[in-house]
Design a binder for this molecule. Sequence first.
Ligand code: ADP
Ligand code: MG
Length: 526
Amino acid sequence: MVLLGFCIALLCVGTASGTQAAAPSPKQSLERRVPGAVGDSPEVCAALARAFPDADEFVPRVIALSEAQRAELKGALRSRAAPRLWSYREARRAGVLLGRAVVDDVIGKSLPITYMLLLSPENRVRAVEVLTYRESHGGEVRRDRWRAQFAGADASTALKLGSDIRSIAGATMSCRALTDGVRDLLLIADALHHSESATPAWTAGPAATSAGPLAHEGLQVREQLLMGTLLELRVVTQDRARFDAAADAGFARVAELESLWSTWREDSEISRLNAASVGQWCSLSSATLELVARAKELGGASANGFAMESGAAVELWRRAEQLQRAPSNAEIAAALEASQAGAFQWDFEGGRARRLHGSARIDLGAIGKGAALDALAREFEARELRRALFNFGGQLLAMEGPQDGAGWPVQIRDPRPGATQALWELELRNASLATSADDQRGGAIDGLRFSHIIDPRTGRPAQGSWSCSVLARSATEADALSTACFVLGATADSETLTKRNASRLVLEFDGRILRHNGFPGLAVTP
Ligand code: ADP
Ligand code: MG
């Protein structure tokens, strides 16, 4: 059954991507694939693009299972014998594994249901997509709500129909077939991929997490991959329909902002501005102009520790990491020159902007997720859903707590290698917590690690601290100011934070934890 996936994968002939990287070996160039390429089925392309919107390649892979692996799976699988081949695609962005996708078939009543299972690098279900449904009855398994039940499941989830997964009256056979199929794919993925490193350089990962299980009555949960990372919603309400309406509107709004601001998409407003000829005016949406105005203000307020004009320097180090070659001093000086605020001219009244330097690039990566969180909160506010916690790739935004008088218990991860415990815990309420750390996304050249955050004063990777967390009223502020704090370290003056009712927590390289402006919570001690 997995063999069908194999056939489709082989049909997926693509064009080479990542052209600005070092000349790939013939083998590498054969392996580089993009979705939507010649021969790929439109359903497969659409499902891949939906689940991994920021992937720049989908690499087909086939593993032949060893006899030992097949013996291990024997008897555990519900819908099939242990397969000989495991065929899947890896979704990658700039070489980083974002997840895997498997196309599979299960028999409903008498005809095959073709579906795709989309997994995170840790083998958790991101989504189940039904690609082709052939029978006349039982097609309810195509419903979003039904398939959404699988989100977050992994090999340790029993996935029993009737308890873990609701059955749909009249579609029991299809429900069972798909549930068993997903269950089996999770077991196979777990057996084959558990030892593979899931966090190479440049992967986005949570620096803060919600602590512990939150077994509140009426807790509604949804998640979606957006802006290259996972956006998770937790809301306490008995009104599921209202929650779904807010979540749908919120996800749509974030997707819209992503299509304006992402530098990973060539057609975004920011990418078009970054690619325009010097001097050519580009018209911008009001959402983009508003964010740029905020970014300018926060840049000034943070003594330019945060600077959206740093795109050229960010790009230089990102490419250096891909090529595994440190940039020369001349290259750094050139990128620094292109990263000055004066490299852009903004005409807010006219709703437009232009570049004044040929290599200048805007990068909203350190503020966009925060602004998206604020926009998301407005969708929930408008529907009077206030007991909400959102986690956007590690940045948290809490509205009211899950119950009266309490906030959401959350933790800040310890970014140091080998750390097994969280660093800090606190209760979050009507505030956003952003952490900039150098553990998850920094690059490495010759084994020397460096941060993905650039010091705009030097054009080199910042070396301020292990991590810096900022707590602020708005997520936009928390995002930009945590990046600034990571650059400037605990030496930065805290006037800006005080003025904004914000506070910060810095983990110094010597292990000290420095708190400013009454950052709340407690250290997690062994
Ligand atoms: P994360 O995205 O992990 O939450 P940040 O919010 O600190 O981390 O944003 C980091 C991103 O912002 C980088 O990947 C880069 O695109 C961009 N960036 C890097 N350094 C700066 C800086 N000094 N000012 C503004 N943006 C930056
Ligand atoms: Mg930030």
